[in-house]
Design a protein around this ligand. Structure first.
Ligand code: PLP
Length: 414
């Protein structure tokens, strides 16, 4: 869409908002303004990316209004299992989408491509294997977990009995603590994966502990899925019973979710998605997910994921050289966290100030957080979107110095 110098390469989107303006000047203009914001800002939000125009076009296609409640199952049963007619092509599309995702992760796991989001995927995954009140052992929000990993304000914290493992004093997941708590609590599910964790997750060790205590093991790889696809992060396949993900972060696809599961869980997963959690699948987004999967199979995408990780290492290194406190002292993936506890302002203050100068990132809790999640003592920084726009290591080092200049101004003002 746009390259690193914010030049607009689009052949699709520009005319599109002009087209929308003919019917709705307000909506068209708001999209245009957001488009320009995305183009002109330095986007460092670790959970965002820019998807391709092919993905965008698929998501804006005539599939938007096609109803197809149910599943294709044409190949497995010889019959479609939909509650609507006219599904011949979307049946083929959905099966193709499933096959392509299996190729991306080189797995024979069952895949369900219908979840509308990562949260919906997690909701259905838990439902497939747990009853309300069952115990899940997971990572807290403060230490990098997601809302759906047991936050008290989310369905997960309300429906299930949550227990949490900790990170050590440097911020690494404490595998001894995972084992100790698993043995003590005997959870039905051990969950890992995170929204703000910058280190390689030890899937074999988690699987070993889950086996020892007779728990299911689930990985929510929403953030790192693209890195797993590109071969720059170890894969949870073969270790986890269930793997969930979003498709819009490092995978660079449309907003949505996927669930992978060992084949014996296939029926439970499918019925937990439809009819339990959702109605009609978003076939237009499934088309976008299929295009995204094809893109993830290309050599260019593999190069991209390597560059995301190399950029992140350089970016993080520049902050460390300037004396910043980085949670865990570094990064292995596409993100890292600056701990601002020593500074006279919050993560939110820095987020707001950077917004004013065209740098977008988000406030984030840090381990042993003292401030509220609305304020926080840290910021989360990711390299996936700007790498899509062609940024290399030196570009990110320069952005680190720009952020440092803003921090210095804020310190002086305090
Ligand atoms: N899981 C993880 C680890 C996430 O980071 C996120 C979103 O940030 C989700 C799940 C939820 O995804 P969604 O926003 O699509 O519901």
């Amino acid at each position: 869409m746009f390259n690193k110098d914010a030049t607009d390469n689009s052949t699709y989107n520009v005319e599109n908002y002009e087209f929308i303006k003919k019917t709705s000047p307000i909506v068209g203009s708001l999209i245009e303004q957001e488009y320009n914001r995305q183009k002109n800002n330095i986007e460092l939000i670790a959970s965002e990316n820019y998807c391709s125009e092919a993905v965008l076009a698929a998501c804006g296609s005539c599939l938007s209004w096609k109803y197809a409640e149910g599943y294709p199952y044409v190949r497995t049963s010889g019959n479609t299992s939909r509650y609507y007619g006219g599904t011949k092509f979307v049946d083929e599309l959905e099966e193709y989408c499933c096959d392509t995702w299996r190729k991306v992760f080189n797995t024979d796991y069952h895949v369900n491509v219908q979840p509308h989001s990562g949260s919906q995927a997690n909701f259905a995954a838990y439902k497939a294997i747990l009853n309300p009140g069952d115990t899940i052992l997971s990572l807290t929000l403060d230490n990098g977990g997601h809302l759906t990993h047991g936050s008290s304000v989310n369905f997960s914290g309300k429906l299930y009995n949550m227990a949490f493992y900790d990170v050590d004093e440097k911020g690494f997941i404490d595998m001894e603590d995972v084992r100790r708590k698993a043995l003590e609590i005997k959870p039905k599910l051990i969950l890992t994966g995170a929204s703000a964790y910058s280190r390689i997750i030890d899937f074999p060790k988690f699987a070993e502990i889950a086996k020892e205590v007779g728990a299911y093991f689930m990985v929510d790889m929403a953030h790192i899925a693209g890195l797993v696809a590109g071969g720059v992060h170890p894969s949870p396949f073969g270790y986890a019973d269930i793997v969930t993900t979003t498709t819009h972060k490092t995978l660079r696809g449309p907003r949505g979710g996927l669930i992978f599961a060992r084949p014996e869980l296939a029926k439970k997963i499918d019925s937990a998605v439809f009819p339990y959690a959702q109605g009609g699948p978003l076939e237009h987004v499934i088309a976008g997910k299929a295009v995204c999967a094809e893109e993830a199979l290309t050599p260019e995408y593999k190069e991209y994921t390597k560059q995301v990780v190399a950029n992140c290492a350089a970016f993080c290194d520049e902050f460390i050289k300037m004396g910043y406190n980085v949670v865990t002292g570094g990064t292995d993936n596409h993100l890292f966290l600056l701990d601002l506890s020593e500074f006279p302002f919050s993560g939110k203050d820095l987020q707001d100030r950077l917004d004013e100068v065209g740098i977008t990132l988000n406030k984030n809790c840090v381990p042993n957080e003292k401030r509220s999640p609305k304020e926080t003592s840290g910021v989360r920084i990711g390299t996936a979107p700007m790498t899509t726009r062609g940024y290399k290591e030196d570009d990110f080092r320069e952005v680190a110095r720009k952020i440092d200049a803003v921090v210095k101004e804020m310190v002086e003002e305090a």
